[in-house]
Design a protein around this ligand. Structure first.
Ligand code: AMP
Ligand code: TRP
Length: 331
């Protein structure tokens, strides 16, 4: 049986090297031998305040980037979450399955709520919508970075609880994470993950950063105290993070890199790493600009919404029947 794959990224900022290495690259690799659905999750983005005009731009930016990194609309269904109303609908139903206690344990919620006077109810119930995204497509595999693991575990619990209460309905999905790259760390603080919402732009490399910005950011990245280049995520988290990024962008093993830089300083490593990132991202940036200007992404999203809605509606028919809801529109 071929696998069903689903994943999504929020159009809430510039896509980072962390998003790319942890998630997007897996999306591309997995589209060939699976039926894949890749979503721009705009409903998740509005759990925190977004400027409407900017949100619209970012949706188109992210769609163009999906295409630029190699997602192929002939292989994958690419669409915007809010174009398929079944996401909100199933999201509501699953809010009535998940427990408050489960949602309160989510570390992403705790982190995003920390220090805020108020947060929206949507930020709290966010994982129910995410579960809906995944379960609507009878997804068997979900490629994500490490920070989404807890949400995936909750999605599995929700699916199993629904199935046992209402009868077999949902496929219980598996999380797919890379061994290296599932958690790319900030350049200014190797204890925090690289994030598009970090207020310090020096903390991250964005996929669309200019070569000069990339060189500057890598040059200023923090390193660990001694001079030795060695892979040791506990003892030398900063240098280990740079080695992971280097290995994934240059397609070299970490051991090979450690051998290559033996006896050399951090300066040499950073200089070559910056060039490896520039070389990797330049062709993506060129494609991105061409796609963004052509308007091609709009056609892809229009077609994607039709395809996704068909699959999602089939699941919704079954869900309504199982739960005992309405259904008169079809009778
Ligand atoms: P988000 O930016 O929260 O919409 O994340 C989109 C995808 O990128 C998710 O699968 C995340 O797990 C993944 N991701 C985000 N930040 C990182 C990171 N620093 N390292 C690896 N994966 C990441
Ligand atoms: N919550 C994910 C993130 O912040 C984005 C997301 C929403 C997602 N729905 C999803 C990821 C479904 C995988 C599957 O990164």
């Amino acid at each position: 049986m071929s696998h069903r794959v689903f994943s999504g990224i929020q159009p809430s900022g510039q896509i980072t090297l962390g998003n790319y290495l942890g998630a997007l690259r897996q999306f591309v690799a997995m589209q060939h031998d699976a039926k894949a659905f890749y979503c721009v999750v705009d409903l998740h983005a509005i759990t925190v305040a977004q400027d409407p005009a900017l949100l619209r731009e970012r949706i188109m930016d992210l769609a163009a980037l999906y295409l630029a990194v190699g997602l192929d609309p002939r292989e994958s269904t690419l669409f915007v979450q809010s174009d398929v109303s079944a996401h909100s609908e199933l999201g509501w139903i699953l809010q009535c399955v998940v427990h408050m206690g489960e949602l309160s344990r989510m570390t992403q919620f705790k982190e995003k709520a920390e220090g805020k006077d108020t947060v929206t109810a949507g930020l709290f119930t966010y994982p129910a919508l995410m579960a809906a995204d995944i379960l609507l497509y009878r997804t068997s595999r979900v490629p994500v970075g490490e920070d989404q693991k807890q949400h995936l575990e909750l999605t599995r619990d929700i699916a199993m609880r629904f199935n046992s209460r209402f009868g077999e309905t949902f496929v219980v999905p598996e999380v797919m994470m890379l061994k290296e790259g599932a958690r790319i760390m900030s350049l200014d603080d190797p204890a925090r993950k690289m994030s598009k919402s970090n207020p310090n732009p020096q903390s991250r490399i964005e996929i669309l950063d200019s070569p000069d910005d990339i060189r500057k950011k890598v040059g200023r990245a923090v390193t660990d105290s001694d001079r030795e280049i060695r892979y040791d995520p506990q003892g030398k988290p900063a240098v280990s993070n740079l080695l992971v990024i280097y290995s994934l962008t240059a397609d070299m093993t970490i051991d090979g890199l450690v051998a290559q830089y033996e006896g050399k300083g951090y300066g040499a490593l950073k200089k070559d790493l910056a060039e490896a990132i520039v070389a990797h991202l330049t062709p993506i940036q060129e494609k991105y600009r061409e796609i963004r200007q052509s308007g091609r992404a709009e056609d892809v999203l229009r077609q994607g919404a039709i395809t996704a809605a068909q699959v999602a509606e089939e699941t919704m028919d079954l869900v309504r029947e199982r739960v005992g809801l309405g259904g008169f529109r079809r009778r």
